[in-house]
Structures are given as structure tokens and as C-alpha cells.
Design a protein around this ligand. Structure first.
Ligand code: FAD
Length: 457
């Protein structure tokens, strides 16, 4: 049912923040998310300014029966932060950052991006680990787990989450932490946006100076790919790596003769001293003559490079965990990448372990602590008619690489469906999450997410 003028007037009266509707000139910009090809038309986009605003929106949506989507940084690969015909609670104007230098903690509002948080904390030589991209929202990333440049040294983002303020479906504002609402605190550390709107997160901060990092590019042969993964596993925990095996993009730091050839474009992040970093990096430098080596002492926030504001790729993807990548699997990866002509195609490989693996599986709702390597497969598509064959390619690629670990990282799921959500939350994690869901959101108000239906058996 369309929102009539009376309802809109009521919403505007209830909120101190803006209400954007389809007749507003800001509407199309406001409903644009990171990925292209996602064209959903909410009836209103509500931009709260405060916890009180968030409570008003949640209460109104519950009472009116309007579908509610929650938007943090807008990077959901499946467009969960938009609703067709419902309303969007868009947190992007709630960007408060309140640092306690003495305790090395920070309260951060849900509308901050990883880059904004990291710059603010980095100004004091401190950091909390988020992902590999500055424009990703801290909201969605944290609630799914958070795997980034510091994962081996400090663990997942949720391992540094100390508390959160959550507006639950009944409109209450609850503090979730070890001492209060511990079941909710457990569930929001991996269970996504299923339980309420997090208006503020409290994180632990770590000293992050000195730091060595940057982009490192090698030619991709089977020996180099397998060697890179072996070295990344053997490396000290200070070093986290993200290796993108892909055709070389025409970037200024890649000499023209390599453009279009398969390379390993890696992000190297060493949270420690320069001499120790040099020792840890030496084996990688010995794998082949680097095509580009921009790894250097830097300020940690520099890891987030500039991003064009109008970049909205159309892409399909699959995510999985694997136990190992030996030479023969590396060969398969290269063959699959060679066999596609997608303008961008990539196998992204992240060696896990370290601090992340030391947290017991049952301590949080992220239940993949023992998983060894996180894999993301992605291909860009050009227009809807190109999409099916790119889908087919990522699907077959996934089948080629599948090993014993059947888990999936919720934040990288590029498609939806109950079986995928079960892969993200295996066994008793699922049961426990559904139990918490029943308690805090029995009506499934928060369902624009990888959903945990409260009526699930
Ligand atoms: P949104 O689309 O705004 O939100 C996604 C969903 O999260 C919402 O629908 C809602 O259910 C929930 N949500 C968001 N904020 C809140 C809140 N405050 N309260 C309640 N629910 C909320 N992930 C990693 O772990 N590591 C990476 O390195 C990484 N890199 C990425 C790079 C790119 C380019 C992209 C597109 C994604 C990447 N991701 C990474 C995945 C990312 O963590 C997820 O897509 C995440 O959901 C994005 O969060 P967001 O707030 O930007 O997204």
C-alpha cells in the first residue's frame, strides 16, 4: 500500500532526520548502493539522526507492517539494504566517533564506514581491524564477523567488539555486552542484522605503529600461487595477506606487457616492526621477480586507497572455505580464470588462522574459526543478458575447488537462500541463533538479511 501524505507527514513529525520519497530530487542517489544492477524502489528512505529516531522508525515499521531494510555502508552484494515498496532506515548520517584514549576503546555510530573509523583512530596510532575496502560500512561488516588486514594478528572485527547499543523489534534500546543481554551480544557477533538495529558499536583499539603494508604483484604461475599460500600460512601472525589471482588490470603500477596476463595482486599487511616485516616478506619476494612491490612502512589508514564515488560494478560471486591450495589446485584456478572472458574475474584467497583461530567456535555466532583459507570467486557481467553465463562460471569454479569445509562466510554470500544461510551458521550455531531470534524478533521484522526465520524448526 502506498504511503499516503498523512502517513508521511506523521513520519516526518516523528523524526528529527530527513525523509526522502520518490518525488524528491535526492531519491535516486539515496537508493544507489555499491553494486550496480540492484534497482529497488523503497517508498521512503529515512535518515535518523539519533537513537530516538531509530526507535521511532522501528516502532512505526512494526506497527504499520511496512517492510524495513537497514542500510549501513550499502555494500551488501545482494542489495539487502534496500526494500522494494517498503522503507529504508539509512544510518549514513549517524557517524559519531567517541574515542577513549586511556582505555583504548571507541564508541562508533552505525553509519561510519571502515575508512572513516580507521582514519579517526589512526590519527592516534590506534586501529580496529575491518575489511579490505574503506567504503564498506562498519555495521554490516561487523555484524557478519569482519575479516581484514589484521585478522591473523587481532582476529575478526567481532573479536574486538566490546558492546553494542541495539534497537530491537519492540522499539527498545538495549545494551548488548558480556554483562547485559549476553545472548544478544553472542548473536550479533556473526549473526548479521537479524536481531535489531545497532546504533553504536564499542570496539577495542590496538596500537598500530609501526606498520608495513601495501600492494605486491607477482606473475601468476601454479608454483607462485601455491607458494604464496604456503608462505602466508607459515608467516608470523603479524602478517595477513589477501591474494587476488586475476588478469592484470591496466593500472599504472603494472607494466603494459602484463596487462591482461594472470597475476597475483596481493595486499600485504604486517602489524609490527620494519625489520621483522622484511624477514616475513623475504620468502614472498623470493617466489618470482615481483611485477610491482609497493610494500613499505606506512600509516595503517593508508591501506585504504582512494575509491571513485561513482563506481558501481555489476558482479556475481561465490564464497567458500578451503583447507589447502597445492600446486594442482593452483593450476585449476589458473585454468578457470583463463577460460573466462569476463572483463574482471578473480579468485581471492585469504589465509586465516592466528588470533582468529584461537577464539572458540561457540564463543560467537561466527562458527568457522578452524577454517584455513577464505575464497571469493567473482566475475563482472555486462548487462542482464551476460549474467547467466557469468553465474555458471562462478558456480562451476566453486564446484572445482570444493573440499571438506562446507562452511560459508555470511558477508560474502553473493546469493540468497536457506541452504546458504545454513552453511554460514552450521549445527548448533543455527539452533542457538534461531532461539535468540525468537526472543528478540519473533515477527521477523528484520528479514532483509541472510535470514534466520524465527519459525524455522
Ligand atoms: P549494507 O548493505 O548497508 O548492510 C548490509 C546488511 O547489514 C543490512 O541489510 C543489514 O541487515 C545489516 N546492517 C548493516 N548495518 C547495520 C546496523 N547498524 N544494524 C543492524 N543491521 C545492520 N567483508 C569482510 O569481512 N572483509 C572484507 O575485506 C570485505 N571487503 C568487501 C569489499 C567490498 C568491495 C564489498 C562490496 C564487500 C566487502 N565485504 C567484506 C563484505 C561486507 O562486509 C558486507 O557486504 C557487509 O554486509 C557490508 O556492510 P554495509 O554496512 O556496507 O552494507
Amino acid at each position: 500500500m502506498p504511503l499516503d501524505e498523512k502517513v508521511l507527514a506523521e513520519l516526518r513529525a516523528r523524526l528529527s532526520g530527513r525523509v526522502i520519497t520518490p518525488d524528491d530530487s535526492a531519491y535516486d542517489q539515496a537508493r544507489t548502493v555499491f553494486y550496480g544492477g540492484i534497482d529497488r524502489r523503497p517508498q521512503a528512505i529515512l535518515l535518523p539522526q539519533s537513537d530516538a529516531d531509530v526507535r521511532q522508525v522501528v516502532t512505526w515499521a512494526r506497527e504499520s507492517g511496512s517492510e524495513l531494510a537497514i542500510r549501513g555502508g550499502g555494500h551488501s552484494p545482494v542489495g539487502h539494504s534496500l526494500s522494494d515498496g517498503g522503507v529504508v532506515l539509512d544510518l549514513r548520517e549517524m557517524k559519531g566517533f567517541d574515542l577513549d584514549l586511556e582505555r583504548r576503546t571507541a564508541w562508533a555510530q552505525g553509519g561510519l564506514t571502515a575508512g572513516e573509523y580507521t582514519s579517526a583512530a589512526g590519527a592516534h596510532g590506534l586501529a580496529t581491524g575491518f575489511g579490505d575496502t574503506g567504503s564498506v560500512g562498519i555495521g554490516g561488516l561487523t555484524l557478519g564477523g569482519g575479516v581484514g588486514f589484521l585478522v591473523r594478528k587481532f582476529g575478526l572485527t567481532i573479536d574486538d567488539l566490546l558492546a553494542a547499543d541495539v534497537v530491537t523489534a519492540d522499539g527498545q534500546l538495549l545494551r548488548a555486552q558480556a554483562e547485559s543481554n549476553p545472548d544478544l551480544f553472542w548473536a550479533i557477533r556473526g549473526g548479521g542484522g537479524n536481531f535489531g538495529v545497532v546504533t553504536r558499536f564499542q570496539f577495542r583499539l590496538h596500537p598500530i605503529e609501526p606498520f608495513v603494508g601495501g600492494i605486491f604483484v607477482l606473475p601468476a604461475t601454479a608454483d607462485v600461487v601455491a607458494g604464496f599460500l604456503a608462505e602466508a600460512e607459515a608467516a608470523p601472525e603479524e602478517l595477513s595477506t589477501i591474494a587476488n589471482v586475476m588478469p592484470a588490470p591496466p593500472m599504472p603500477f603494472v607494466p603494459p606487457e602484463y596487462h591482461g596476463k594472470l597475476i597475483v595482486l596481493a595486499f600485504m599487511a604486517f602489524a609490527g616492526k620494519v625489520e621483522a616485516a622484511e624477514r616475513a616478506l623475504a620468502p614472498f619476494r623470493g617466489l618470482a621477480t615481483p611485477i610491482a612491490d609497493m610494500v613499505r612502512p606506512m600509516k595503517y589508514p593508508e591501506m585504504y586507497g582512494p575509491e571513485p564515488g561513482d563506481y558501481h560494478p555489476t558482479a556475481v560471486g561465490r564464497t567458500m572455505f578451503v583447507d589447502s591450495i597445492d600446486r594442482s589446485i593452483a593450476q585449476d584456478i589458473l585454468a578457470r580464470l583463463e577460460a573466462s572472458d569476463a572483463s574482471v574475474r578473480v579468485a581471492q584467497l585469504r589465509v586465516l588462522g592466528g588470533a582468529m583461530a584461537r577464539v572458540p567456535n561457540e564463543a560467537t555466532a561466527f562458527a568457522h574459526r578452524a577454517s584455513r583459507i577464505l575464497v571469493n570467486l567473482a566475475a563482472f557481467y555486462e548487462g542482464v543478458e551476460d549474467r547467466p553465463r557469468r553465474e555458471q562460471w562462478v558456480k562451476e569454479f566453486e564446484a572445482t575447488l570444493r573440499q571438506k569445509d562446507n562452511g560459508a562466510y555470511v558477508n560474502f554470500l553473493g546469493e540468497e537462500g536457506p541452504s546458504l544461510v545454513h552453511r554460514a551458521y552450521p549445527g548448533s550455531t543455527w539452533d542457538r541463533l534461531v532461539d535468540v531470534k525468537r526472543r528478540y524478533d519473533p515477527g521477523n521484522l528484520f528479514h532483509r538479511n541472510h535470514n534466520l526465520p524465527p519459525d524455522s524448526p
